[in-house]
Design a protein around this ligand. Structure first.
Ligand code: ACO
Length: 355
């Protein structure tokens, strides 16, 4: 049976290191609070005007393409996962294509917006394309430049201290080898709590969703029949253009959904917890990872965490962590690798890969 495998993997993180102490200079927070609640010690920020989400994605992609043993012109489909795109439109996939210098137009470029689950959603899409024989080299990139859109005042501290910039990429290719490749991917969503972790302006909502949130917010809309909905001066003046999160609410659901979706994938593949060799969870919070690790009965060396160094890089976090694990020799041919994520939407998912 034709399966898909990760044929090449790479990551890129910007050089600029921002420590917790650096953040204390601009907002009321502390190294102790951040480390204790999240495990984060430092994160990377891209260089303004020189780096963007798509350029960081391209740097990671170049490594993945080389390791996959192909030329960039052999990429036949691009999937780009991000919540911090260069532009509202067009998508980052075409910008990545341009940055990589891929001039061939017989390929497609798809942007997906599934936040922290973006990489797993993208992997599932790539897997389907490869299994059906439609494409041979699907380039999947997860990249984020959060640092350009966060609230660097005390008002935004619960969100801002968590996020970092970076990119990870894989090339998904066919394999006919027995006992290798992506065994299954499981995807879920529940829009009930969409606003619990959201970045809502600019947008076309016009306050419509208050019937779900139960909270009427003044966004400063005028009486004009058209215009001023996406973005207006009131939103800028009242800091309504930043991400917001009800951290504890998200945390409680995350620790429930991570183990659930991992068990679902194991059960479908006819495997058990004890079969997992390496788990690479989305890096949202070290406490969430530790909880999931306990639930699955995994040893410390069976879980790859790097949130301490990079913070939460959303769609990039799994491919960065997986790449580090592979480079460190912690994932070997034949190992059962489990990926899992939960985030805004809410969306969540898992993937099992026989490496
Ligand atoms: N520094 C200092 N104090 C802070 C900070 C900060 N950076 N942020 C919040 N606080 C304060 C709060 O104001 C609050 O003070 P109060 O008690 O006086 O009101 C106190 O710390 C506790 O705040 P909580 O939000 O309850 O803190 P919690 O222990 O829940 O930790 C955190 C917050 C780290 C955000 C946690 O809830 C979490 O990790 N949630 C899950 C995040 C997640 O998984 N996100 C999904 C992925 S992201 C995506 O999809 C885009």
């Amino acid at each position: 049976m034709l399966r898909s495998k990760i044929g090449g993997i790479g990551y890129y993180v910007p050089e600029k290191v921002v420590t917790n102490d650096d953040l204390t200079k601009v907002m009321d927070t502390s190294d102790e609070w951040i480390k204790e609640r999240t495990g984060i010690e430092e994160r990377r920020y891209g260089i303004k005007h020189k780096e963007t989400t798509s350029t960081m994605g391209a740097r990671a992609a170049e490594i993945a393409i080389e390791r996959a043993g192909i030329q960039k012109e052999e990429v036949d489909f691009i999937i780009f996962a991000t919540l911090s795109p260069d532009y509202y439109f067009p998508g980052s996939g075409v910008l990545l294509q341009r940055e990589l210098g891929i001039t061939k137009t017989e390929i497609g470029a798809l942007d997906i917006r599934n936040q922290c689950s973006g990489f797993i959603y993208g992997l599932s899409i790539a897997d389907q394309f490869v299994r059906t024989g439609m494409y041979k080299n699907v380039l999947l990139v997860g990249a984020e430049m959060h640092s350009m859109g966060l609230d660097f005042t005390t008002r935004g501290r619960n969100v801002t201290v968590i996020f970092g910039d970076g990119a990870g990429a894989v090339v998904v290719q066919p394999t006919e080898e027995e006992n290798q490749g992506i065994l299954t991917t499981k995807l879920h969503s529940d829009g009930t709590y969409a606003e619990k972790l959201a970045f809502i302006n600019p947008g076309s909502h016009g306050g419509y969703h208050s019937k779900h949130t139960g909270e009427e917010v003044d966004y400063g809309y005028s009486d004009a029949e058209y215009g001023d909905i996406f973005l207006n001066q009131h939103m800028l003046d009242n800091a309504q253009i930043f991400p917001n999160m009800e951290g504890q609410f998200v945390f409680k659901l995350a620790v429930q959904k991570f183990p659930e979706v991992i068990m679902e994938a194991l059960s479908e593949a006819g495997l058990e917890k004890k079969d997992i060799d390496m788990m690479v969870p989305h890096q949202a919070n070290l406490r969430i990872s530790a909880f999931v690790q306990r639930q699955l009965g995994l040893r410390d060396d069976q879980v790859w965490n790097n949130i301490q160094k990079y913070g939460n890089t959303t769609a990039a976090s799994i491919p960065i962590a997986l790449c580090e694990a592979v480079e460190a020799g912690a994932v070997k041919r034949g190992d059962l690798v489990c990926l899992a994520a939960f985030g805004s939407g809410f969306t969540w998912g898992s993937a099992l890969i026989r490496w």
